[in-house]
Design a protein around this ligand. Structure first.
Ligand code: SF4
Length: 348
């Protein structure tokens, strides 16, 4: 059992982040925030696949104006992502957002930061400080490693908020480079009590980006570091949520729908195992319950894994053996493999 770093718990629109609460899955919309209908549609889609906090970019006043209507139409906490302009932060809070992502050191005057912090305090709105390796402050010390510069930048922002007696803080330190990201999070985890949002920034297209994200996020989570996650992918954000849950499920940190075990197939396989597993994966997308399903390609090694799953199938030539909770429950003919398996899944 891995030991989690116990951070200070904060509440973002009813969702607890930190303090040992379940690790929260987040994503960010890719629509124009001014387009309320498209943004709400995308958020609803993300809610359906398990997104628990959603962030939207607020680059201008029109986007800030749209926030109230977006907030009204969705069921998960809404975080406004704001750079530089304090008026947008005030407008976002006025519109009812549940959290801000904003770096106070990037706001030009202390009085403006104070105005934001006072409004956030009044409404109990947490602020996430988000430092990215690609946009370090010009004042960063080049003699330090990138990870050290990221930590120093975050500490600077944190100090500003703490100086205003504000502690509803969450922090992220993201880089594309995995070792840099891990070093930065490990370092800051020892320095501050606040919850950490972990992720690899600009991780890339779905295949390579999901792998890169898993390589960066998993070691941190395994070390107990991380209270919320986002997988950043150049595709529909639905894939980000699915990938985040796959990471959390792989580490036994969250349960979320089915887990599919499928063998890679080999020269011993006598069915089209790859198509079979792909079809089962598709069908399982509609299942909510946490269930382990195994699709195996032979009766040599297949039964072992199939038995270990809640429901399993070990396929031989023209026939397959079905297992439920380790017990053989029947033999099915080819052509009925998927239906027979799914009948058991549905009835489990
Ligand atoms: Fe090959 Fe059987 Fe292993 Fe699948 S379970 S990879 S078919 S030996």
């Amino acid at each position: 059992m891995m030991q989690r770093r116990i951070s200070k718990a904060i509440n973002i629109g009813g969702v607890t982040v930190g303090g040992g609460a379940p690790i929260v899955v987040q994503s960010m919309t890719k629509t124009d925030t001014r387009d309320v209908m498209s943004t709400v549609r995308q958020i609803k889609d993300l809610e359906d696949c398990g997104c628990e906090i959603i962030r939207v970019a607020v680059p201008n006043r029109e986007a800030a104006k749209a926030l109230a209507a977006i907030k009204k139409a969705i069921s998960i906490p809404l975080v406004a992502d704001i750079h530089f302009d304090y008026r947008l932060a005030l407008a976002a809070m006025e519109a009812g957002v549940d959290g801000l992502r904003l770096n106070p050191g990037n706001i030009s005057q202390p009085s403006k930061v104070k105005a934001i912090v006072e409004a956030a305090k009044d409404r109990n709105i947490p602020i996430r400080i988000g430092v990215n390796a690609g946009s370090l402050p010009k004042t960063s010390d080049p003699k330090l490693s990138t990870a050290q510069q990221m930590v120093a930048a975050a500490m600077g922002h944190i100090k500003i908020l703490e100086g205003l007696d504000f502690d509803l803080i969450k922090v992220s330190l993201k880089a594309f480079d995995v070792p840099t990201t891990i070093k930065a999070y490990r370092d800051i985890a020892e320095k501050i009590p606040y919850p950490l949002h972990v992720g690899i920034t600009e991780a890339g297209l779905p295949r390579s980006g999901a792998i890169r994200s898993a390589c960066g996020i998993s070691p941190l989570l395994y070390m107990g570091i991380g209270d919320t996650v986002r997988v950043s992918l150049s595709t529909h954000p639905r894939e980000e949520v699915i990938a985040a849950y796959e990471i959390l499920k792989s580490l036994d940190l969250r349960q979320h729908g089915p887990v599919l075990v499928s063998c890679p197939s080999c020269g011993r396989t006598e069915v089209d195992l790859i198509s079979l597993a792909a079809e089962v994966e598709k069908r399982l997308l509609n299942i909510d319950k946490p269930i382990k399903v195994a699709v195996m390609g032979c009766v040599v090694n297949g039964p072992g894994e199939a038995r270990d799953a809640d429901i399993g199938i070990a396929c031989g030539k023209g026939k397959a053996v079905l297992f439920k909770k380790g017990e053989k429950i029947g033999v099915v003919e080819e052509g009925d493999f998927i239906e027979a398996l799914m009948r058991e899944v549905d009835g489990f």
